[in-house]
Design a protein around this ligand. Structure first.
Ligand code: NAD
Length: 519
């Protein structure tokens, strides 16, 4: 099976291309007309309705229901695992070309309807048009990239010859995987972990985030349309603590692919490590977790470029990206000048309802997030100086003004804890070396960026800035599938490098076969 070389899906240009703008506006209206529908659990292709409801709300209009869902019970979780286990018997032996075709067909469906999927994210998680468009494009990329990666992995790996033997190594699937995505890239990350699982021959119980079940369901439907047999992915919305724990601890669970917070990731890792009665393997856990990402601004740099990069990385999607810049570490000599430029830019950010074109920032995801972020802002008022923002902007939804707290000490809470909202701490460093030391002073190690024109400083950063994804003279968000394999160090996770050439190895196990010739 031949596929053309992988290329990233182009992003839409809403500001300059009227055609893109028109299509997105139409999709927003179409989705508006589909809000509030009811969705089922799907196990083995069968739609199952339960009495207990899970409700997904629009964070921009608190009372607007995006969709309601049947909530899974432990009995249904058990059924989902058993169904996936049964499906594994045939799916794991299904020719790779057929599995690859499901991903290619899924990518085509999403591409043909990309504004529709983006519009769901506008309503369900409050993404601006361009943020939603990038999420959809990344989902397409994951399908196309892992399809090609599976074909590459299928080719025999070169082994050293052993006289008198014919030897080979093959990558075979693991078994039943539990896929647990976050809400912040509700399409892309869910698609990445799910398609990597199934193209490798595994079967899945997919437990979507309770904040983004509709977009999860929409992608599940795409897989069904692409010819995925029943039971290969089972769609199981439900509470993390009841159904999630049950799935993770289950003895027939072979692996867990998780992306989310450090707290939940560590909990899953611990639970999965404990063998259960009847369990015959060591479970594998792929856990991509939080970040406290820094951009270092040196004195030898173009401050406008740096201020643009920091603004965009700190406040894109309301700062709710694991890769978001939540600390700007600025060398003393340019500190005040940088703050002026930053303030100017941040104060032009338009906060509003994301269904409207032309806003830059929408709401944060829910009431809990709003409270936690506002509590951090209160802490920030003690730990530093509010340069701009520091308040909510409307009570119709969970809107918080983009907030910059300056003069924060390197070990202050605001400089150490993941806030996951539109709050940027600015820290002063006496020189570049101290700035790099501060950049490495958290428990995380996900992304980071450095702005400087000095070659030696760039080289030093490349050597010592301890993050999974380092960017030089560009912002620390916006990793591209294939070009920037993504994953973090330390408490940011297991460094799985999603969208990279090693990723499918996490979903497979290598089997060596050595045959004596002429026996
Ligand atoms: P979260 O940890 O609250 O939830 C993630 C998922 O885990 C959800 O589907 C949730 O329902 C589920 N869950 C909760 N408790 C569970 C349990 N006991 N057992 C099984 N599943 C359980 O995270 P979130 O709020 O959805 O996402 C934001 C977090 O994700 C941030 O910390 C962010 O940095 C991180 N994130 C990391 C990456 C990365 O690649 N490193 C990417 C995106 C988001």
């Amino acid at each position: 099976m031949g596929l053309s070389d992988f290329k990233n899906e182009p992003l839409s240009q809403f500001k300059t291309n009227p055609e893109h703008q028109r299509k997105m506006a139409e999709a927003v209206e179409k989705v508006r007309g589909e809000l509030g529908r009811d969705y089922d659990i799907v196990i083995g292709g069968e739609r199952i309705h339960t009495g207990d409801r899970l409700i997904s709300y629009n964070p921009a209009e608190k009372n607007q229901v995006v969709g309601t869902f049947s909530k899974a019970t432990r009995e249904l979780a058990e059924r989902a695992i058993r169904t996936a286990e049964e499906a594994f018997k045939t799916w794991s032996r299904t020719p790779i070309e057929r599995r690859v075709q499901v991903l290619v067909d899924a990518a085509r469906t999403v591409r043909e309807n990309k504004y529709y999927y983006s519009a769901w994210m506008v309503f369900e998680v409050g993404k601006s048009w361009s943020e939603a468009d990038a999420d959809t494009a990344e989902a397409i990329d994951f399908c196309e990239y892992y399809a090609r990666e599976m074909l590459r992995l299928e080719r025999p790996a070169p082994l050293a010859p052993v006289p008198g033997e014919k030897n080979y190594l093959r990558y075979i699937p693991l078994g039943v995987g539990i896929v647990i995505p976050p809400w912040n890239f509700p399409m892309a990350i869910l698609t990445g972990m799910t398609t990597a699982s199934i193209v490798s021959g595994n079967t899945v119980v997919l437990k979507p985030s309770s904040d983004s079940p509709v977009i999860a369901y929409k992608f599940f439907e795409v897989l069904e349309q692409a010819g995925m047999p029943p039971g290969v992915v089972n769609f199981l919305p439900g509470s993390g603590s009841t159904v999630g724990d049950y799935l993770v601890a289950h003895p027939r669970t072979r692996y867990v692919a998780f992306t989310g917070s450090k707290e939940v990731g560590l909990h899953i890792n611990e639970l999965a490590a404990k063998p259960q009665r009847g369990q015959i393997w060591v479970k594998r856990v792929v856990a991509e977790m939080g970040g406290k990402d820094s951009i270092v601004v040196d004195s030898e740099t173009d401050l406008d470029l740096a201020a643009d990069g920091v603004t965009s990385a700190a406040f894109g999607f309301q700062g709710q990206k694991c890769s978001a810049c939540s600390r700007a570490i600025v060398v003393e000599k340019v500190y005040d000048a940088f703050l002026d430029k930053l303030k100017q830019r941040v104060e032009t950010i338009k906060v509003g309802v994301p269904a409207d074109p032309g806003i830059d920032m929408g709401p944060v995801i829910n009431a809990g997030a709003e409270k936690s972020i506002m509590d951090y802002i209160e802490t920030g008022k003690q730990e530093g100086r509010v340069l701009t923002g520091g308040r909510t902007t409307s009570s119709a939804g969970h809107f918080i003004a983009p907030t910059v707290i300056a003069d924060v000490a390197p070990k202050a809470r605001l400089a150490q804890e993941e806030i996951f909202g539109p709050v940027l701490a600015v820290i002063k460093a006496k020189d570049f070396d101290e700035a790099l030391e501060i950049a490495n002073n958290t428990e995380y190690g996900l992304t980071g960026a450095v702005y400087t024109k000095n070659r030696q400083k760039l080289d030093k950063a490349a050597e010592t800035f301890h993050v999974g994804n380092l960017y030089l003279n560009r912002k620390c968000t916006g990793a591209m599938v294939g070009g920037h394999p993504f994953g973090g160090f330390n408490m940011s996770g297991t460094d799985s490098k999603a969208g990279g050439p090693d990723y499918l190895l996490l979903f497979t196990q290598a089997k060596t076969v050595a045959e004596k010739i002429g026996a």
